[in-house]
Design a protein around this ligand. Structure first.
Ligand code: BGC
Length: 757
């Protein structure tokens, strides 16, 4: 339907009908209008599977939804660093939605993993906004290629579950732009999701739902978003203000109460009817985008999609440790699988993303036919050390060639709705691992968790496999990796600190009462650990393979560039081992000298290459202005500080293999404003400013640069260095206190005004 036809429909609606269209008819549907022939559409969670509730509805995953396929959760898909694969996963989800008549799948969830404690980290992608936005963008691209919409969420700065419906995320402008908005920006501006879901929380005191700055200025004006904004379920606070701020659709509904407020506001002139018309127009555009392109031939083949879930899972499992190349195991090895999760893997998190999986493959099942025994090891309902279970495990481990312990976080430790209390695993599991590792030197731990855990036993075991929450086929994927049928190729999308206290948000998370201050600013994840030179257990971008890769022939297509130009970076990557494998090539940019406080380096590109043994491929990246820029709060825009930037390419954030330098120039001169508090040093370094400093001030003693007096240094505690520092840092107003009396306060102010033009 054309936009004109939609507008025509809106013209025929009563005020009440229009207001009604701005909220759901029930938990999952928009309203229809029989009189005008407007259909309703259904939306469903998301993000890593279809949670279509045909009967009883809820937003917490309490009631049953249809049987579906649970794909790896966001934490895991991000670890694949594989855009094409996640796009394919999106296509599969889109097709399932078509088959089930679901118009919009509520995801991806792209919030930054600020603290390991966030209960919903398992749904989120990364601590790095570039990785998060690229992976989310791939999922959106895939789903929407099937004419089904997505709802990227939770916009904005919803990084904790504690008081998620009322906390205010207190974040400075630069941090918002470089970290928290950036996680949404690329996906929204490049992949154009049909809808955006605004979060429950406030941002700097204003609810996301009524935040015009983000819902309209950033989203629509800066990023050209043209879909509708939907509230998170129950996020509406003040309906009329929300609508004016840019929140189009309220979900689920307020049983008509908020619709009435909209009608009243229009009647009383408090809300322009055009604002309401625009919201209805945006909603109807999506309604028709879906209904007019229904694919009635689509079928939901669960077995076929399970296979896709397995393929994705294979690339989401990170090999963290493999001492003495203990892995892969061979089929005949006498192995014991220990731990509940070998039989019943924890493969998804709790809450609104919870999928009613039609089947689940455990590692034990997948290992059928191999020489594998199983013992329980622990229960995960309560954290109780059960000595008899541990004893049984130790005995079994002693008899085997290797022991694989399937451990991780129980549901009760990690879920939507509440944050984790600590970063530890259940003590009963830690104790089990310790005792088994003592008895069996070939011990491997497979972890099922959505976010970093402390691993006090890491040095005692030979192998660690981070399986994340990799969906219903995780068992098959893990077994294939353990036995070498699949070569691991995932990398950590987040740093694993040794302990919670090392995390930059530790001092402030989750805040006091409803104030959550993001005082670590832009220093989230590796941006912090690198700057602090703080060692972490496993760094961002890290992950092992059963083969090895060599990096060579780095070429930049220019050595000098203007900020509006692009830089082409290419290099050769060779598989130097004996097994086929995939490597995640990571490109980081480091501003070599900056007058701003910046991270040591930031991820600005990545590519996953598949290589046969001995094979070499050329990998190419294109970098534009954004790769070099930071957010400048003076001009409220991205700015490149002219100078040298290092292009670093490596296999992880701490394993840089090749690097080179490019000089980038910006034509943008930042305006400088002076006050009486500006220093002599500030003036001296600005030639332009100095042109306006008249003799009266220049002749003043505060303007006289100190020089070495003969013999003074040895006699006096007042060194030349100190004098120079005081000279540099002397505020202009110092001419009054330390000058010769020749200038007045008015003279100084006149000088400053002249400089400022
Ligand atoms: C969650 C959303 C979800 C919605 C609908 C909310 O509680 O925060 O992510 O899409 O419920 O289930």
């Amino acid at each position: 339907m054309t936009i004109e036809a939609i507008r025509d429909l809106i013209r025929q609606m009563t005020l009440e009908e229009k207001a009604g269209f701005c909220s759901g008819s029930d938990f999952w549907h928009t309203k229809s209008c029989e009189r005008l022939g407007i259909p309703a559409i259904m939306v469903s969670d998301g993000p890593h599977g279809l949670r279509k509730q045909a009967n009883l509805a809820d937003h917490l995953g309490v009631n049953e939804s249809i049987e579906a396929v649970c794909f790896p959760a966001g934490c895991a898909t991000a670890a694949s660093f594989n855009r094409e694969l996640i796009e394919e996963m999106g296509q599969t989800l889109g097709n399932e939605c078509q088959a089930e008549g679901v118009s919009v799948i509520l995801g991806p969830a792209v919030n930054i993993k600020r603290s390991p404690l966030c209960g919903r980290n398992f749904e989120y992608y990364s601590e790095d906004p570039f990785l998060a936005t690229e992976m989310a963008g791939s999922l959106i691209k895939g789903v929407q290629s099937k004419n089904v919409g997505t709802s990227i969420k939770h916009f904005l700065a919803n990084n904790q579950e504690t008081r998620r419906m009322s906390a205010s995320s207190e974040i400075d402008e630069r941090t918002l732009r470089e970290i928290y908005l950036a996680a949404f920006e690329g996906a929204i501006s490049k992949q154009k999701p049909w809808t955006v879901m605004c979060s429950y929380n406030k941002i700097n005191g204003v609810y996301a739902a009524e935040n015009e700055e983000f819902l309209t200025k950033v989203l629509r004006n800066d990023w050209d978003f043209d879909g509708f904004v939907v509230s998170d379920w129950g996020a509406v606070n003040k309906r009329v203000e929300d609508l004016a701020a840019g929140l189009d659709l309220e979900m689920p509904s307020s049983n008509g109460q908020n619709d009435k407020l909209i009608v009243k506001a229009v009647q009383e002139g408090a809300l322009e009817e055009a604002v309401l018309d625009k919201a209805v127009e945006r909603i109807l555009s999506i309604v028709y985008r879906f209904t007019e392109r229904r694919d009635y031939n689509a079928t939901f083949d669960r077995e076929r999609d399970h296979e896709k879930a397995r393929q994705v899972a294979e690339e989401t499992i990170v090999l963290l440790k493999n001492e003495d190349n203990l892995l892969p195991l061979s089929d005949n090895d006498d192995v014991v699988f220990i731990g509940k999760y070998a039989k019943a893997p924890r493969y998804q998190g709790g809450g609104s993303s919870h999928i009613n999986s039609f089947k689940v493959t455990s590692a034990l099942e997948a290992a059928a036919g191999k020489n594998v025994k199983f013992v329980q090891g622990f229960h995960d309902e309560l954290d109780v050390i059960e000595e008899d279970l541990i004893k049984e495990a130790v005995e079994a481990a002693k008899k085997a060639k290797a022991a694989v312990i399937f451990a991780g976080l129980p549901d009760a430790f990690e879920s939507e709705g509440f944050d984790r209390k600590h970063m530890g695993m259940p003590e009963c599991q830690n104790e089990l691992i310790r005792q088994v590792a003592e008895a069996q030197q070939n011990t491997i731990v497979v972890l099922h968790n959505g976010s970093p855990v402390e691993m006090p036993w890491a040095d005692k075991v030979k192998g660690i496999v981070e399986a994340y929450l990799s969906g219903q086929a995780v068992g098959a994927a893990v077994t294939d990796i353990l036995y070498g049928k699949v070569n691991p190729s995932a990398k950590l999308p987040e740093s694993f600190p040794y302990q919670l206290e090392d995390n930059p948000s530790f001092l402030f998370y989750p805040g006091v009462r409803d104030l959550s201050e993001y005082r670590e600013g832009i220093f989230v994840g590796y941006r912090y650990y690198e700057k602090k030179k703080l060692k972490v257990r496993y760094p961002f971008g890290y992950g092992l393979s059963y083969t090895t890769f060599a990096y060579s022939d780095l070429k930049l297509d220019k050595k000098k560039m203007q900020e509006e130009e692009t830089l082409s970076v290419s290099l050769a990557v060779t598989n130097t081992g004996n097994l086929a494998g995939k490597e995640v090539v990571q490109l980081y940019v480091a501003d070599k000298v900056s007058t701003e406080i910046r991270p040591i380096k930031e991820l600005k590109g990545f590519a996953k290459v598949s290589l046969q043994p001995g094979e070499t491929k050329t990998v190419t990246f294109t970098l534009g202005k954004r790769a070099f820029a930071y957010w400048n709060t003076q001009i409220h825009d991205w700015h490149v500080e002219s100078g040298e930037f290092e292009i670093q390419i490596g296999s992880s954030s701490v394993d840089i293999r090749v690097k080179d330098v490019v000089e980038v120039s910006s034509a943008v001169k930042l305006p400088r404003f002076y006050t009486l508090d500006s220093t002599i040093g500030d003036l001296l370094e600005d030639e332009n400013a100095m042109k306006y400093v008249d003799d009266l001030l220049k002749n003043n003693p505060i303007f006289q640069e100190p020089v070495e007096e003969e013999g003074a240094a040895s006699k006096s505690a007042i060194t030349l260095e100190m004098k120079k520092a005081m000279f540099q840092d002397m505020p202009i107003r110092g001419a009054l206190s330390f000058g010769d009396g020749s200038v007045s306060a008015e003279d100084l102010q006149k000088t400053v005004d002249k400089i400022n033009g």
